[in-house]
Design a binder for this molecule. Structure first.
Ligand code: C2O
Length: 495
């Protein structure tokens, strides 16, 4: 791959997605942000330049490349207060990494709830030698469908964010009771077969996604190619991605694309929660298609990797080297979420900096109680019982790895043969834990957190301190110098 440096400028701009104008934080000046497209094996050198000026929406930033493992480059993971200090206004940070796979990633701010104010965009890696080619023919793989909730006030100031929400598809939407502003149009040519990439950039709700009159053949989940599975609706949680094949084999017309949130206004009145699938030469009007009940919803337990991979560990519950159970709690007096009783409060010196300064024991890392020390080359099994609070279910995202989901939320079956492998798991609403495994083959301080951004902001996170001895060796002196300019020159004990 090429080593040329790309610039991603983060700017403030007033934008109007749904008839209401507001100041936003934008990557490259658009919402969603500039799509970052690359080929498999390409090295990505992205200089993020913070040109933010509006104090009502935070002027510092950081960018996380969601789904990229950052194998050997944990310093480039972009998580404020875990792998780096926030990038200050008028400053920049060079991210330099090489992702693997032919997949659907995305990127977003990983500072407070800043991505809810706009800083979120697609990151797609194409593979000229698609290993699924033998399974189907695709005429076009360029369509990206980004789902995102959008607020009329800055996220930090929104006491009950969903009251102000418009759910957008590719940056357009209609506010319930608001003006009939333009909707996104996804154009297709009759007879052609499309690979659509569906990305949930949601801050809060999950969505049930469907396209009237069409089935969808799912072929990828969170960056892992899957055996083709035909469905007519997809429930997608914050941070998750799917690729599906759609064949434009219906009559030339307009069809509603629907994305139903799990709370807030879930109607379709006047084009709320919708976009339009338009066959080329159909009239430029809203569709008149009707919503029919889903008979083939996507069930995660029916999703299996295309290329079989052995589940690490022994084929029985608990058959791993290290077992970690995380109980979700909500402390109503502090209004903070907890995991095993501890709420994650960002430390002033990021975890990585603490590690590089010589702190190697999880119990010595700050904030205390939020770190789990993981030895190298072991099988880890994480179980998370479902949340019982009204804002459950909580989708949990692991950085640096993906999970073998040996037991999905809502299922009573373990699968040690061919479970879905993904980086955001739904943890459900009932007491039965989801169980997921991974192997500690990637040194780093890795966040594991609820991807509902408002929940992360009030502490629903832990950090896995994985193989910290190796982490210290991976960070080059120049990377170390840039992580936190304000600590340069300080001795470790002065952090
Ligand atoms: Cu998509 Cu920790 O994030």
């Amino acid at each position: 791959g090429s080593g040329s440096v790309k610039t991603l400028q983060i700017v403030n701009k007033n934008i109007n997605l749904d008839g209401f104008s507001r100041s936003a934080v934008l990557a490259g000046g658009t919402f969603p942000g500039t799509p970052i497209l690359a080929n498999k094996g390409d090295r990505m050198s992205i200089n993020v330049v913070d040109s933010l000026t509006d104090p009502t929406v935070l002027r510092s930033t950081s960018i996380h490349w969601h789904g990229v493992f950052q194998d050997g480059t944990s310093w480039a993971d972009g998580t404020a207060f875990v792998t780096q200090c926030p990038i200050a206004a008028n400053d920049s940070f060079l991210y330099d990494f090489t992702p693997t796979g032919q997949v659907t990633f995305w990127y977003h701010s990983h500072l407070s709830t800043q991505y809810c104010d706009g800083l979120r965009g697609p990151l797609i890696i194409y593979d000229p030698n698609d290993p699924q080619k033998h399974l189907y023919d695709i005429d076009d793989a360029s369509t990206i469908i980004s789902l995102a909730d959008w607020f009329h006030v800055p996220a930090l100031n929104a006491p009950i964010p969903f009251l102000y929400t418009t759910n957008t598809i590719n940056g357009k939407g209609r506010f319930a009771g608001g003006p009939a502003s333009p909707l996104s149009v996804i154009s297709v040519i009759p007879g052609l077969r499309y690979r659509f990439r569906l990305i949930s950039m949601s801050c809060e709700p999950n969505f049930i996604f469907s396209i009237d009159g069409h089935t969808m053949t799912v072929i990828e989940a969170d960056g892992v190619l899957t055996q083709p599975l035909v469905v007519d609706s997809i429930q997608i949680y914050a941070g998750q991605r799917y690729s599906f094949v759609l064949t434009a084999n219906q009559k030339i017309s307009n069809y509603w694309v629907r994305s139903v949130p799990n709370f807030g206004d879930n109607s379709f009145t006047g084009g709320v929660n919708s976009a339009i699938l338009r066959y080329i030469s159909a009239p430029n009007t809203d569709p008149t298609t009707k919503n029919t009940a889903s008979t083939k919803p996507l069930l995660e337990t029916n999703l299996h990797p295309l290329v079989p991979v052995a589940v690490p560990g022994l084929p029985h519950p608990g058959g791993a080297d290290v077992l970690i159970n995380l109980n979700i709690g909500l402390d109503l007096t502090t209004v903070r979420y907890t995991l095993n009783g501890v709420s994650f409060i960002p430390p002033s010196a990021p975890a990585l900096l603490q590690i590089l300064s010589g702190t190697q024991l999880a119990q010595s890392l700050l904030p205390s109680g939020s770190y789990y020390s993981l030895p190298p080359n072991k099988v880890i099994e994480v179980s998370i019982p479902g949340g019982t609070d009204p804002a459950a279910p909580h989708p949990f995202h692991l950085h640096g790895h993906n999970f073998f989901v040996v037991k999905s939320a809502g299922s009573d079956q373990f699968n040690f043969k061919n479970p879905v492998v993904r980086d955001v798991i739904n943890t459900g609403r009932d007491a039965y834990p989801s169980h997921s495994r991974f192997v500690t083959d990637n040194a780093g301080p890795w966040f594991l957190h609820c991807h509902i951004d408002f929940h992360l902001d009030i502490g629903l996170a832990v950090v896995f301190a994985e193989d910290v001895k190796t982490v210290s060796k991976e960070v080059t002196p120049s990377a170390w110098k840039n992580l936190c300019p304000r600590y340069n020159g300080l001795k470790p004990n002065q952090l």
